[in-house]
Design a protein around this ligand. Structure first.
Ligand code: XCC
Ligand code: SF4
Length: 632
């Protein structure tokens, strides 16, 4: 039963047998071929930042310094800062795409519209824009202008941060000297700071890392979410299904994969418009499914079913039923073209910075988004016609899920219990101990962990102990596939206190049963929603975020983005669990600072534990300590 060592997802297990029988390599095979992975790299003590290197530090003896004199602490801290800058750059570039779209909507240059005027007005007011007497395009223009300052302002404190961060945090960060200016300037500075012969002080490098976390949180996550809500609408609870069983052999299957919803929303629109052409081609219609975070975006707002998460992307293609996979940026395995060639389906790349050999490239632009989306969907119908006698194996696995829990949607549900004071029922139940605390599980799959296992086992343990879970990213996918985004999981797996609260709220909100024990809050940039919720909760309770009985967890982190998000969480004062250590263990000083000392400065810290039961116990211990400190 080798396939059960690789993944707990039953659909993935079935597909792995097929790829193995067909001799098609997947991410798991390539991981095996990489063994043993480099010990220096794993510990973070390899430097190739200049041409005198590469230099490696011997963790057991000599040499203790690189050619230039940098020691393990410097090299580890420098490498970490580069990774954080990489993750941050990805989120900030994503946010930029959305801001650019808003700017062009304001000038009437493109075919996108503003779907949520309330969010536009609320955002404008929060960032200090006068809205009275202005039309929405005028307001949008000013919001875009402010956003551009947050992205590329060269001095002063970052606007989006000043507008949203709690005052107590701003004071802490100011004292540490880590409040960012514009995002571009800070990312550029981190690259400079880590280049040969610049910063050698590990503490200074780590503080710069905290700054990257703040850039990520405010100029990446928060900005992207705010602008995407304005353009595409505020998510509201939706019902859908998750796992490869959402593919349907009788339909043209289009998979959207990547992160930025500007393209996937248009593709979805055109799939609906060209339904008849698909029927004329012999299909019953066009079926759209999502992978990774763009999948989460279209799930949250449109109910599009998620097919799988990061590690399952090749397996979706191996079903032979995917006629076209359209990708934008981030988390796309270059091997997808290979797998598609062995089975069936076109891979279409769309972004100038994300091309894959063997894929078709249809360049996406805001101005011609409709024509391009139309072309992509037409190509999927042509591809369907070519499917012919390709064997199709779609595992009969799909789980019912609920998603769409924006903060606004959560408050909406709570206001059915108490219209005047919606947060009161939640806070009362936390105080009474019916809800012990809350944990956000976020982030990726990582091939080093049995797919979805950490997410699912950790969360089962948490909800059994009356911890409310909110989830985003590939974690939410994992929990959805395992049935944890469904009310049945409340009935079957939640502790009695949590079950009673979720049932009362669910019934008051007209769901005819409990809310799920895990609330799906969206994509990885939607982690900003979790920040908003924590800010609101702390404000309501009159305490600081670092004092709340809450924690965050990336049980299976993979991407540099997961590190920058985690750093933002720690900067907010959140206890942040990682199921795998980053490449820092080669420096005792850096590891000690991030998992211990940083708590004195920021109130949050990292906690690394790869056993799910132990991790749950550690997180629950932390929550109980925080309750105790609050006198609960
Ligand atoms: Fe990528 Fe966002 Fe990680 Fe999943 S969770 S593997 S980053 S898709 Ni964002
Ligand atoms: Fe070696 Fe220093 Fe150059 Fe890094 S920067 S490769 S440690 S000489």
């Amino acid at each position: 039963m080798w396939e059960t060592d690789k993944t707990i997802d039953k659909a993935a297990q079935q597909m792995l047998k097929i790829t193995a029988a067909d001799g098609v390599a997947t991410v798991w095979d390539r991981y095996e071929a990489q063994q043993p992975q480099c010990g220096f790299g794993s510990l973070g003590i390899c430097c190739r930042n200049c041409l005198q290197g590469p230099c490696r530090i011997n963790p057991f003896g000599e040499p203790k310094r690189g050619v230039c004199g940098a020691d393990a602490d410097t090299i580890v801290a420098r490498n970490l800062l580069r990774s954080l800058a990489g993750g941050t750059a990805a989120h900030v570039d994503h946010a930029y795409e959305a801001v650019e779209a808003l700017e062009k909507i304001a000038t009437g240059d493109i075919d996108y519209v503003i779907k949520d005027e309330n969010k536009l007005i609320a955002t404008a007011r929060q960032v200090g824009i006068e809205t009275d007497g202005k039309d929405s395009k005028g307001v949008a223009k000013e919001v875009a202008q402010k956003a551009l300052e947050t992205l590329s302002g060269h001095e002063g404190e970052m606007g989006w941060l000043s507008a949203w961060a709690p005052k107590e945090r701003v004071d802490v960060w100011r004292q540490l000297g880590v409040i960012p200016r514009g995002a571009d300037r800070e990312i550029r500075e981190a690259m400079h700071q880590t280049s040969m012969g610049v910063d050698a002080d590990p503490t200074n490098l780590l503080l710069a890392g905290v700054k990257q976390g703040l850039v990520d949180g405010y100029a990446g996550l928060k900005l992207a979410t705010d602008i995407q809500d304005i353009i595409f609408g505020m998510p509201q609870p939706v019902k859908s299904e998750a796992n490869l069983g959402v593919l349907n052999a009788e339909y043209v299957n289009v998979v959207v994969h990547g992160h930025v919803p500007l393209l996937s929303e248009k593709v979805l629109e055109w799939c609906r418009k060209l339904e008849d052409e698909a029927k004329a081609a012999g299909a019953r219609g066009i079926n759209v499914a999502g992978i990774c975070c763009t999948g989460n975006e279209v799930l949250m707002r449109q109910g599009v079913p998620p097919a799988t998460n990061f590690l399952g992307q090749e397996l979706a293609l191996a079903t032979g039923a995917v006629d076209l996979m359209v990708v934008d940026v981030q988390c796309i395995l270059p091997s997808v073209t290979n797998v598609a060639q062995c089975y069936h389906g076109d891979i279409v790349t769309t972004m100038p910075i994300a091309k894959v050999p063997g894929a078709d490239h249809i360049p996406f632009s805001l101005e011609e988004a409709d024509q391009q989306a139309e072309k992509i969907v037409r190509q999927s119908i042509e591809s369907y016609k070519k499917r012919g006698s390709t064997p199709v194996h779609i595992p009969d696995e799909r789980a019912l899920i609920f998603a769409g829990f924006s903060v606004e949607a959560i408050i909406g549900a709570l206001s059915k219990v108490n219209a005047e004071d919606p947060l009161k029922p939640l806070v009362d139940n936390i105080k009474a101990g019916n809800i012990l605390g809350a944990v956000a599980t976020v982030g990726c799959n990582n091939v080093k962990v049995k797919q979805d296992m950490m997410h699912v086992e950790l969360v089962k343990e948490l909800i059994a102990n009356n911890v409310l879970v909110i989830a985003t990213g590939c974690s939410a996918h994992a929990l959805g596939k395992a049935g944890l985004l469904h009310p049945d999981a409340t009935n079957n797996l939640a502790g009695n206190g949590l079950k009673a609260v979720l049932t009362a709220v669910g019934e008051a909100a007209g769901l005819g049963g409990p809310l799920p024990p895990v609330l799906h809050m969206g994509s990885c940039v939607d982690n900003s929603r979790i920040g908003d919720l924590l800010t609101a909760l702390a404000g309501y309770m009159g305490v600081n975020i670092k004092d709340l009985p809450v924690a965050a967890s990336a049980p299976e982190p993979q991407h540099e983005k997961a590190l920058s998000i985690g750093t933002w969480a720690v900067a907010l004062g959140v206890f942040t669990h990682l199921g795998l250590p980053p490449h820092i263990l080669g420096s005792k000083a850096v590891t000690g600072t991030l998992t211990d000392k940083v708590e004195d400065l920021l109130g949050g810290k990292f906690y690394v534990e790869s056993d799910p039961a132990k991790a749950a116990a550690g997180i629950i211990r932390h929550i109980k300590d925080k309750r105790h400190a609050l006198g609960l």
